[in-house]
Ligand binder design. Structure first.
Ligand SMILES: C[S@@+](CC[C@H](N)C(=O)[O-])C[C@H]1O[C@@H](n2cnc3c(N)ncnc32)[C@H](O)[C@@H]1O
Length: 460
């Protein structure tokens, strides 16, 4: 290569780097990556409104989680350090609000009522973090501003009380009044900007919430941050889109070669997820306990997968869309749910078959399988018991749920020559067909059991 060519190559390379670094939109392949998971919509259709029933999936592990937190807390905990909780793949944080409130209670019971708490929510960059922020912040300042004159009189009483030297007596008779303040504060109509479920932030002092729109396949916080890290129904999402030509999901596919590629990617992602969390969890130090992590993800057993019949129905509707000329055969083949519902052996694998995680101090304490019956069938049955066979509501609610986590798999598979508007219309037609099929089915026949594999990990 001549000297001239050599220098030209260097200049071109430097120029390319410059363009890449100065144009972040080019470096994030949004179309390929984030749209494979997008679960959120702003406004009335926000995640918490549509997916509020997912709280049952969180709550099924609540007792075990609270037990784990309780046993991990040591009275020797350094008091001037915040107890830091993570919720990864949090969407708008609505499903874990109640659980985190209970965790705060346990931590404060053991570590003192003034123990600072830091909650860090994490999700992908396109997640609606604004919705999350609105859920956790109300207008408490306004309440305090008109409580201020009364508080000022308290000060006056406190300072001028005749029992000098015996200040403890004063707070004791101020207590009932202070309690009424609490009452005013609790029951005041000024709730969070998105009021339900009520955020613990409105009721507790010294609790700090921050949100990170990163990607849990990257390190999201500095090393040694978390006392407790949790994640619910999120880590089954893979780090990139995948292709299964004969089915939307692996368990329903007969293509062994493509399934093997997915299995390999799922194993790599699972290991990568834990390597990063291994850094982020707090390190055990003398009598100070290490952090723990609880990751509940959608799972498979040896014979079946979570909400299996819904995925069968998705496949059927895709076929129907091809025969009705709504989508092409190639588009159907490209529609693959970029996720892997792991089995117990796949969850355990990197903890038992290599030293990578144990060298980071991570130990798998247990993997618990939890089963949660279909929320929509249960609600339909309740309505039926009152004499109303409301399959329209059943079909509508169930479709809104399935649409939330599958929409992007369909949208992304549509031909790039189609306009955005055309793609939206096709997706709407798809879910209309899905809803119609549900409306015409007998809900218990769907047998939509949620299967969860919950990993409890401790860092030494
Ligand atoms: C089904 S929602 C679960 C939300 C909430 N944890 C719950 O239990 O209701 C899955 C969430 O995982 C998020 N997610 C998927 N892949 C992710 C990634 N690589 N990093 C961070 N979050 C991710 C999605 O954006 C979505 O908000």
């Amino acid at each position: 290569m001549s000297v001239f060519r050599y220098f030209r190559a260097i200049i071109l390379f430097t120029h390319y780097r410059f363009i890449k670094l100065n144009n972040p939109l080019k470096t994030i392949p949004v179309g390929l990556r984030w749209t494979s998971h997008g679960a959120m919509k702003t406004g009335a259709d926000n995640y918490g409104n549509v997916m509020r029933r997912n709280k049952k999936i969180v709550d099924v592990s609540q007792n075990e989680i609270l037990k784990t937190v309780d046993s991990s807390l040591s009275p020797s905990r350094v008091k001037n350090k915040a107890y830091t909780i993570g919720d990864y793949g949090a969407a708008d944080g609505s499903t874990t609000i109640g659980l985190i409130r209970n965790i705060i209670d346990i931590v404060r019971e053991k570590c003192g009522k003034d123990q600072e708490i830091h909650v860090i929510y994490e999700d992908i960059p396109t997640n609606d973090l604004n919705c999350l922020v609105q859920r956790h912040n109300g207008d408490r300042d306004i309440i305090l501003s008109y409580l201020l004159p009364i508080a000022t009189s308290y000060r006056h009483v406190l300072w001028s009380h005749p029992l000098k030297g015996d200040r403890d007596i004063i707070p004791s008779y101020l207590l009932p009044i202070a309690t009424s303040y609490r009452h005013v504060l609790w029951s005041h109509p000024l709730k969070g900007l998105i009021p339900e479920p009520r955020s613990y932030c409105l009721d507790y002092d010294n609790v700090y919430v921050t949100a990170s729109g990163t990607d849990f396949y990257k390190q999201c916080v500095p090393s040694n941050t978390f006392d407790l890290l949790m994640s619910f129904t999120a880590v089954h999402f893979l780090s990139r889109p995948i292709i299964l030509t004969d089915s939307i999901y692996r368990l329903l596919s007969k293509n062994e070669e493509e399934k093997e590629v997915i299995k390999k990617l799922a194993a790599e992602d699972w290991l990568q997820f834990w390597k990063l969390r291994g850094k982020e969890l707090k390190q055990e130090l003398y009598f100070y306990p290490g952090g723990c992590a609880i990751v509940s993800s959608v799972g498979e057993t040896e014979t079946r997968m979570s909400i299996q019949n819904n995925f069968k129905l998705l496949n059927d509707i895709l076929e129907k869309c091809v025969s009705d000329n709504i989508i092409t055969k190639t588009e159907k083949e490209n529609t693959t749910y970029a996720a892997c519902f792991r089995r117990q052996d796949e969850i355990k694998e990197p903890f038992v078959n290599s030293n990578v995680l144990t060298d980071l101090g991570l130990h798998l304490h247990q993997v618990k399988q939890e089963l949660v019956p279909c929320f929509y069938t249960a609600e339909w049955k309740q309505r039926l018991d009152t004499g109303v066979d409301d399959r329209d509501k059943f079909a509508h609610d169930f479709t809104s749920n399935v649409r939330t986590f599958t929409y992007s798999s369909i949208y992304r598979a549509l031909d790039s020559n189609r306009s955005e508007q055309e793609k939206s219309i096709i997706c709407d037609k798809f879910y209309k067909k899905y809803e119609n099929a549900l409306r015409n089915s007998y809900p218990p026949d769907l047998d939509s059991l949620n299967i969860l594999q919950v990993a409890y990990v401790k860092k030494k």
